[in-house]
Design a protein around this ligand. Structure first.
Ligand SMILES: Cc1cc2nc3c(=O)[nH]c(=O)nc-3n(C[C@H](O)[C@H](O)[C@H](O)COP(=O)(O)OP(=O)(O)OC[C@H]3O[C@@H](n4cnc5c(N)ncnc54)[C@H](O)[C@@H]3O)c2cc1C
Length: 399
């Protein structure tokens, strides 16, 4: 039996950022971060696009809007300090038809309200900034959007915490609890407080504490298609105008930190939480429950029906590229052949509204705090989001 002041379940970016902020608030805290996987970043935090978002998209008053701009600046400063590379490429958001100009206006308004820098580009200016992109009417340029290698960031962040005395227990799952005694991979750990940052399993962990009852998880699978080395290069990320009633940004072209171009991610309904490939992780009970959940969403939400129809087509590389030609007309299918590691979004449905929950959610319960729906751009937001969770949910507990 061992004891900790704070146990964080989940060594993804959210769990590590919360541990980091808690330690900064009280350096004497005994903190243990546990993860069921043998290494950090096995799930969302190591399987994302690596885009450092600037905060253009998010509606005023949301947690996403509150943390994205500052998260971008905080990662840049942290990366500079640790000598972790950042690609400061910026991104263009282009319109595929004149009717999408209204969506761009709304994004510009949201950016303005959130103090996020954006610039309008006409077609000639767009050709200067990203010659391969096409817009109908104007485009928006976000100079502060960039990229990082998320796995490099995670390794460095875990190393920083370990060096400061945080105990990282990897390869051991949180199985349940009896009062304040937790079962961590068969070992008993007494914790004064638990933070649940378990990503795709955060709803399951929350239920152990009587939290999260309002939500149910629906996973969405994101596939990436990479350009080969002979493909013409890009200068910036290229994004479409998203459907702002959905939490996804539409298939886009992004650049990795070392300049490789990839197309994606898709937002395909997945049938089980870790449906990365083949039947690994398959459970018939889970697949039946999640499948039913997707069907219920399709029945209640017209945006989800539109998304579902569009996503089916993207299982084919050819169709994915055809769709993306609305952003970049000269995409050559012969040069886009290599599928990358998929990522799965831990998306929650709000059972009160029957719709996808659009923002992060944090709930307190007995001796515990639960981070739910930590979807994109939680990577970009993680450092200030971690500070927020500590300041607003851990004060008066272990602090
Ligand atoms: C396809 C895709 C693209 C994305 N692109 C971007 C992007 O470009 N920019 C951006 O800012 N955000 C992006 N995101 C979002 C971002 O990656 C996630 O929001 C973020 O990584 C979530 O972090 P997390 O710590 O909550 O979850 P995770 O990284 O999933 O970590 C949760 C951890 O909990 C562990 N765990 C689960 N259950 C247990 C248990 N019972 N016991 C112990 N451990 C457990 C898991 O093993 C996992 O390591 C993207 C996400 C996806 C899926």
């Amino acid at each position: 039996m061992r004891t900790a002041d704070l146990v964080v379940v989940g060594a993804g970016v959210v769990g590590l950022a919360i541990a980091r902020a808690a330690l900064a608030a009280e350096p004497s805290l005994r903190i243990e971060v546990v993860d069921k996987e043998p290494a950090v970043a096995a799930h969302g935090s190591g399987r994302n696009s690596g885009v450092l978002h600037s905060g253009v998209y998010y509606a005023e008053g949301t947690l996403k809007a509150r943390f994205c701009r500052d998260g971008n600046a905080a990662w840049r400063a942290w990366c500079a300090d640790k000598r972790v590379p950042v690609r400061s490429c910026g991104k263009v958001i282009v319109a595929r038809s004149l009717s999408e100009q209204a969506g761009l206006e709304e994004l510009a308004r949201r950016a303005d309200a959130g103090g996020v820098r954006v610039e309008w580009l006409d077609e000639a200016q767009l050709a200067e900034v990203e010659p391969r992109a096409r817009t109908v009417g104007k485009a928006l340029f976000s100079p502060d959007t960039g990229s990082v290698d998320p796995r490099r960031v995670m390794t460095e962040l875990a190393g920083e915490l370990a060096a400061k005395g945080v105990r990282l227990t990897l390869g051991k799952a949180f199985h349940g609890r009896t009062g304040e005694v937790l079962d961590i991979g068969g070992e008993r750990v007494t914790a004064s407080h638990v933070v649940n940052a378990a990503g795709l399993h955060a709803d399951v962990v929350a239920r152990e504490f009587g939290a999260g009852g309002r939500f149910r998880l629906l996973p969405f699978r994101g596939l990436y298609l990479y350009a080969d080395a002979s493909a013409a290069p890009f200068r910036t990320h290229v994004y479409p105008v998203p459907d702002l009633t959905m939490p996804f940004l539409g298939v886009h072209v992004t650049l990795t930190v070392d300049g490789k171009a990839k197309l994606g991610p898709t937002a395909m309904p997945a049938l089980w939480r870790e449906q990365y490939g083949g039947l690994s992780g398959f459970s018939a009970e889970e697949a039946a429950r999640i499948g039913l959940g997707h069907l219920q969403l399709l029945a209640t939400d017209a945006s989800a029906r539109r998304l579902g129809a569009a996503e089916i087509a993207k299982l084919s590389a050819q169709r994915l590229i055809e769709g993306a030609r609305g952003l970049v007309p000269d995409l050559d299918p012969a040069r886009w052949k290599q599928w990358g590691r998929p990522g799965i979004r831990a998306q929650l449905v709000d059972t009160h509204t029957g719709r996808l929950h659009m923002d992060f959610a944090v709930e307190d319960a007995e001796r515990s705090t639960h981070v739910l729906n930590a979807i994109s751009p939680a990577f970009s937001c993680a450092l200030p989001f971690g500070e927020y969770v500590v300041a607003h949910h851990l004060r008066g507990t272990v602090l």
